[in-house]
Design a protein around this ligand. Structure first.
Ligand code: CMP
Length: 732
C-alpha cells in the first residue's frame, strides 16, 4: 500500500513537472501578447504575468477545485479576450497604467463570476453548451490569435493589421521570421523525434538559439535597449517587479465608474470562456480515466485561482487540455500533480527571471501561431459532407464570423440561439413515436391460462402500447397526434410508455388531455407508464401532470411504474369484461390444473397425498433468491410475482403467475439455490410438491411423472424464448 502511494506521488511529480514545461512557454507568450497591446515596453511584464498566472492557478485551483490530474494555466481564450480589450482601450486613447489596472480588475471580476457560477451550480449548464457553439468559438479564438500574431511574426511595425502585414513584404523583417520559423519547425517536428521534452520548450530553445546565431553576425541584436526583437527589460519605465505591482494598484484612485462598467461584459465573456475551457478539459479527462469530476467545485477552484492570479498581476487561465494530457501521460494520478506544476512554475520563475528579457518575441509568436492553428476545429469541415450536419457547420461559421467581426460574447449569444433552433428542428423532424405495439401480439409478463390467452388473442387489440421518445413540446405535438389518430379511433386502452421522454411542455400536456377525453368518451382509459422521475430539466413530470389536472381522480387516466404493470392491468380489464365462468375466488383442485388434465382420478388423489398445501398473505415472501429448497409450487388461487433483486436496492419484475400456473421448478429440477424471489401479490393458496415426494410418487406412476417433467420442460423453453425476445427488444 505504501509502495503504491509513493509510486503515485512520483507519478504526480513527473506529471506536474512535464506539464509545467508545456504550460509555461505558452503562458509567457499569452502574457506578452496581452501586455504588449499596451505598448511594446510592457512585453517583459507580460512574460512575468504569464508565469505568475501559472503559479497562482497551479497552487490554488487544485487545492480548491480538486479534479484529479487537471492542470490549470493561462490559456488562449484569456489571451484573446484580454488583448482585444487592451487594443480597444488603447485605441480610445487610454493610458497604459490604467490599462494594466483594468486588465487586473477584469481578471478579478471574472474570477469572482466563476465563484458565483460554481456557487449557483451552473457548471452542469456550461458543460452542456452545444458543441457547434464551443467549436465555433474556439476556432474563432484560434483565428483571432493567428490574426494578432502573424504581423508580429513578420515583424511589421505596430498598428499594421493582419491584411496590411500580409500584403506588404517590404515591411517584413527577416530576422524575426527566421527565429519564428525555427520555433514553428521544431515545435512541429520535435514530437516525431522525442516525447520526453515538451515541444513548446524545444521550440522556444530553437528560437533562442537561432536568435543568438543571428546575433553573431549582427551585434545590434545583442543589446537590450531599444531592441524590439526581444521581450525587453522588466518594468517598462525601468522599475522592478515590486514597483510595477504597486504602481498598478495605486492607479485605482483614477478609476471612473464608466471604465468599471465597460469591464462587465468582457469579464463575463472571459468567465464563461474560461469555465467552458476548463469543463471541456474535465469532460475529456473523465472519458479517458473513467472518473467523474465535480463541475461546480472545479469552477470554485478556478475562480479562486483566477482571483489570486489577477491580484498578483498575473494572466488568468483555465484547466488547459495540452498540459493536462501531458500530465496524465507522464503518470500523474491525483490533484497533487496540479499543485506540483504550480510549484515547478515558481522555481522556474526564480531561476529564469533574469533571462526573460532576452526571449525573442518572434519565437513566442511562432508558438502562438501553432496553438492558434491547432485551436481551429478543422474536422468540422467534415460537417460539409453530410446534409444532416451542414446546418451545424453553418452555426460554427456564424459563431466564427461574429467572433471575428463583433465580439466573443455576441458570438456565443448568436451560437446559443442558432443551436436552440437546430435542436427544435431536429426534434420536429425526428419521430417522437418509437414503436406502437398491439395488445393481441405483445403481452405482459403475467403467465395466464390458455382460456385467458385466447381472450387476449381475440380482444387484446383494444390495447395499444406506444413507446414515446424525445421531447413532447409545441414542435412535436401535432406529429404525435397524427401518429396516434388511427389508434384513438379503435383502441380503448392507450398505454404511453414514457421512459424515453425527455420533456413535456404545456402544449403537449394539453394535447394529452384531449386524448384522454377522446378515450373517455368511448369508455377507454389513457395509461401512462414509467414516467421519468427527474427530467434533465429537473422537473418532476408526475407532479407537473398533477398540477395541470391531467391525472385527477375520476378521470379516465392511470399511471403505472412499469409498462408491464400497465399491460397487465389492461389485460385484466379485457379478461374481466369477457367474464370467464371461472371466477377468481374459487380454489383450483388438482384435476383442474392443465398439467394434470385427463389423468385418472385415483392417480391424482395419490399425487395430492405427496403434496402439502400452503396459504400466503399478500406481500409475503414465499422464498428469496439464494434460498435452499426444492419444492415446486402450484397456484390454486391468487397471484405470485417473481422478482430479481438488483444492485442498489432495485428489483426487476420477471413474471407474474396466476391460478393454475406453477413456479420454483428450476430448484425443483436442478437442486440449486432459488434463482429469484417469489412474493405473493394477492392472498394465495398453493400446492407444494417437494422433490422427494415427487420421486417417490413417480416411481409408482411413471406416466404422470413423465407428463409433469414434460410440462416443466416446455414451460422452461417458453420462458427462455420470452427472455430472448426481450433481449432483442432491448438491443434493438
Ligand atoms: N426469467 C424468468 N421468467 C419467469 N420465471 C422465472 C424466471 N426466472 C426465474 N423464474 C421463476 O422464479 C423461480 C425462482 O426459484 P427457482 O429458481 O426454483 O425457479 C424459478 C422460476 O420458477
Amino acid at each position: 500500500m505504501k509502495a503504491l502511494k509513493s509510486d503515485s506521488v512520483l507519478g504526480d511529480i513527473w506529471g506536474g513537472t512535464a506539464a509545467m514545461l508545456v504550460a509555461l512557454p505558452s503562458a509567457i507568450a499569452f502574457g506578452v501578447t496581452i501586455f504588449s497591446a499596451l505598448g511594446s515596453q510592457f512585453g517583459a511584464q507580460g512574460a512575468v504575468a504569464g508565469i505568475l498566472g501559472t503559479v497562482a492557478l497551479g497552487l490554488l485551483a487544485p487545492m480548491f477545485g480538486g479534479t484529479n490530474r487537471l492542470i490549470s494555466a493561462p490559456c488562449a481564450p484569456a489571451a484573446a479576450v484580454l488583448s482585444a480589450f487592451a487594443i480597444e482601450f488603447m485605441g480610445r486613447g487610454g493610458s497604459p497604467e490604467l490599462g494594466l489596472l483594468l486588465l487586473a480588475l477584469m481578471g478579478l471580476l471574472s474570477g469572482g463570476l466563476q465563484l458565483i457560477m460554481g456557487g449557483l451550480k451552473l457548471g452542469g449548464l456550461i458543460k452542456y453548451m452545444p458543441y457547434p457553439v464551443v467549436s465555433g468559438y474556439l476556432s474563432g479564438v484560434g483565428m483571432i490569435i493567428i490574426g494578432s500574431q502573424l504581423p508580429r511574426f513578420l515583424g511589421t511595425p505596430k498598428g499594421v493589421n493582419f491584411l496590411g502585414a500580409l500584403t506588404s513584404p517590404g515591411l517584413w523583417r527577416w530576422q524575426g521570421m527566421a527565429v519564428g520559423g525555427a520555433t514553428i519547425a521544431v515545435m512541429l517536428l520535435a514530437p516525431k523525434v522525442t516525447k520526453k521534452v515538451p515541444a513548446p520548450v524545444l521550440g522556444l530553445v530553437a528560437g533562442i538559439l537561432t536568435y543568438l546565431a543571428l546575433g553573431l553576425f549582427d551585434p545590434a541584436l545583442m543589446t537590450l535597449a531599444g531592441n524590439s526583437f526581444v521581450v525587453g527589460a522588466l518594468g517598462g519605465g525601468g522599475g522592478g517587479l515590486l514597483e510595477t505591482f504597486s504602481a498598478r494598484w495605486s492607479a485605482l484612485g483614477d478609476l471612473g465608474f464608466g471604465a468599471l462598467r465597460d469591464l462587465v461584459v468582457p469579464a463575463l465573456t472571459l468567465a464563461v470562456l474560461l469555465s467552458i475551457d476548463t469543463l471541456k478539459t474535465c469532460v475529456v479527462l473523465d472519458a479517458l480515466t473513467r472518473t467523474r469530476h465535480d463541475s461546480n467545485r472545479e469552477l470554485i477552484g478556478q475562480g479562486l485561482g483566477n482571483l489570486a492570479a489577477a491580484a498578483l498581476g498575473g494572466v488568468p487561465g483555465a484547466g488547459t487540455m495540452g498540459a493536462t494530457l501531458v500530465n496524465m501521460s507522464s503518470g500523474a494520478t491525483t490533484r497533487l500533480s496540479g499543485l506540483i506544476e504550480g510549484i515547478a512554475a515558481l522555481i522556474a520563475f526564480a531561476l529564469l527571471a533574469n533571462l526573460i528579457s532576452w526571449v525573442p518575441v518572434a519565437s513566442l509568436s511562432g508558438i502562438l501561431l501553432v496553438i492558434g492553428v491547432r485551436m481551429i476545429n478543422w474536422s468540422s469541415l467534415g460537417f460539409l459532407k453530410s446534409r444532416s450536419t451542414i446546418l451545424d457547420f453553418a452555426v460554427i461559421l456564424a459563431v466564427i464570423a461574429c467572433a471575428l467581426s463583433i465580439s466573443l460574447i455576441v458570438a456565443s449569444g448568436v451560437g446559443v440561439v442558432l443551436a436552440v433552433f437546430l435542436f427544435i428542428r431536429e426534434q420536429v423532424h425526428g419521430s417522437v413515436v418509437r414503436r406502437i405495439a398491439s395488445g393481441d401480439q405483445t403481452f405482459s409478463k403475467r403467465v395466464r391460462v390458455q382460456d385467458e390467452m385466447d381472450i387476449l388473442a381475440e380482444r387484446g387489440n383494444q390495447t395499444a402500447i406506444v413507446e414515446l421518445q424525445g421531447s413532447l413540446f409545441f414542435g412535436t405535438t401535432s406529429q404525435l397526434f397524427h401518429a396516434l389518430e388511427a389508434d384513438l379511433k379503435t383502441r380503448r386502452y392507450l398505454i404511453l410508455d414514457m421512459r424515453r421522454v425527455q420533456s413535456v411542455d404545456i402544449t403537449a400536456a394539453h394535447m394529452l388531455d384531449q386524448i384522454k377525453d377522446m378515450l373517455g368518451e368511448r369508455h377507454g382509459v389513457l395509461i401512462f407508464s414509467q414516467i421519468p422521475k427527474h427530467l434533465p430539466s429537473g422537473k418532476d413530470m408526475e407532479q407537473y401532470f398533477d398540477q395541470l389536472g391531467l391525472v385527477r381522480s375520476g378521470h379516465p387516466v392511470r399511471m403505472f411504474g412499469e409498462v408491464d404493470e400497465a399491460m397487465e392491468w389492461a389485460e385484466d380489464q379485457i379478461i374481466a369484461e369477457a367474464a370467464l365462468p371461472d371466477n377468481e375466488e374459487s380454489l383450483l383442485e388438482l384435476p383442474d390444473i392443465e398439467l394434470f388434465k385427463d389423468r385418472k382420478k385415483e392417480t391424482l388423489i395419490e399425487l395430492e397425498k405427496s403434496m402439502e398445501t400452503r396459504e400466503v398473505k399478500a406481500g409475503e415472501t414465499i422464498f428469496s433468491i439464494g434460498d435452499h429448497g426444492d419444492e415446486l409450487f402450484l397456484i390454486r388461487k391468487g397471484t405470485v410475482r417473481i422478482v430479481l433483486p438488483l444492485a442498489g436496492g432495485h428489483v426487476r419484475h420477471l413474471a407474474t403467475f396466476g391460478k393454475g400456473s406453477f413456479f420454483g421448478e428450476m430448484a425443483f429440477l436442478d437442486g440449486e439455490a432459488r434463482s429469484a424471489e417469489a412474493v405473493a401479490f394477492t392472498d394465495a393458496h398453493l400446492y407444494v410438491l417437494s422433490r422427494k415426494g415427487f420421486d417417490a410418487f413417480a416411481d409408482a406412476h411413471k406416466k404422470v411423472g413423465l407428463t409433469l417433467m414434460e410440462g416443466l420442460a416446455s414451460v422452461l423453453a417458453s420462458r427462455l424464448r420470452y427472455t430472448n425476445a426481450e433481449l432483442r427488444a432491448l438491443e434493438g
